[in-house]
Design a protein. Structure first.
Length: 277
């Protein structure tokens, strides 16, 4: 199957044979090219053995993908977007795969990656039996009207995307030709990135933009804005600067419009704008 076809058949696998994945397949995993949301954020993936990992899951697999990222603005969405593409790719290789939020690197057997933060893992391996869905059946997902302000068949791939405890903490709104995606609770930005990945796979015409104010610190945008005042006296012209605006933003993020909060009661206002109406 192609990545696009796999969107409608994929399934999180929690039952593996325990047989290590062969070297040829590992090479296909390592050579797979993923498209990032943010090209400037450094990301790293390592294929590690089970003994390198601490996990309380009742199931296990001999190999896992450990995912690291530079801790920059938007890194969680970026990781979700990148590695949901990998999730689909692994399943086209007839492998089972599951996002593993409870896994951690074992400090006794692994060293930290300098300048990188461990984010999450993907467990993968040969599944026991057929792990795919067939005929579009078996997806336990919210109805379309629960995740968007209007019916839009282009969003069906996002509706089918996996999420932590199947919470689907995203909501889509339409504004002209633009579709906004919102997170319904804090800490779900990785899930939002996961939901965007199948939209990229199935809609090549989509372009993704982050509508946050582009800066690394709120101090970078809280500045005084000046303009030039031009004065002419006869043949003489003088130039002076005068204060136009003192910008004082509470957050790098734009506020979510009040009416969007009304539409989705679970939605949480962006940091810094909690009292904004």
């Amino acid at each position: 199957m192609t990545l696009c076809e796999m969107i409608y058949h994929r399934k999180s696998c929690r039952s593996f044979t325990g047989k290590p994945v062969d070297a040829e397949t590992i090479e296909k995993i390592l050579s797979f090219e993923m498209k990032p949301l943010y090209t400037e954020i450094k990301v790293r993936m390592d294929i590690v053995s089970r003994d390198k990992v601490k996990c309380i899951c009742p199931w296990t697999t001999p190999q896992l993908i450990a995912i690291y990222s530079e801790e920059a603005e938007g890194y969680l969405e970026n990781i979700g977007f990148l590695f949901q593409q990998m999730d689909l790719h692994l399943q086209t290789l007839d492998l089972g795969v599951c996002w593993l939020g409870m896994g951690r690197m074992n400090p006794r057997t692994t060293s930290q990656v300098e300048g990188m933060k461990f984010v999450i893992m993907l467990a993968f391996g040969y599944p026991k039996g057929d792990q795919l869905r067939h005929g579009g059946k078996g997806f336990k997902r919210k109805d379309m009207e629960k995740i968007t302000d209007r019916s839009d068949p282009r969003l069906e791939p996002a509706r089918l995307a996996p999420s932590a405890v199947n919470s689907q903490p995203w909501y889509f709104t339409h504004e002209g030709d633009t579709i906004h995606v919102w997170c319904s609770k804090k800490g779900s930005r990785l899930d939002a990135g996961i939901a965007l990945a199948p939209l990229y796979v199935t809609n090549e015409g989509f372009r993704f933009f982050n509508q946050r104010r582009w800066a690394k610190s709120v101090d970078d945008i809280n500045t005084d804005i000046h303009r030039v005042k031009i004065t002419r006296e006869g043949i003489r012209t003088s130039y002076q600067t005068e204060l136009l605006e003192s910008r004082r933003y509470p957050s790098l993020w734009l506020p979510i419009p009040y009416m969007e909060i009304r539409k989705s009661p679970l939605m949480v206002q962006n940091e810094g704008w909690e009292s904004w109406k």
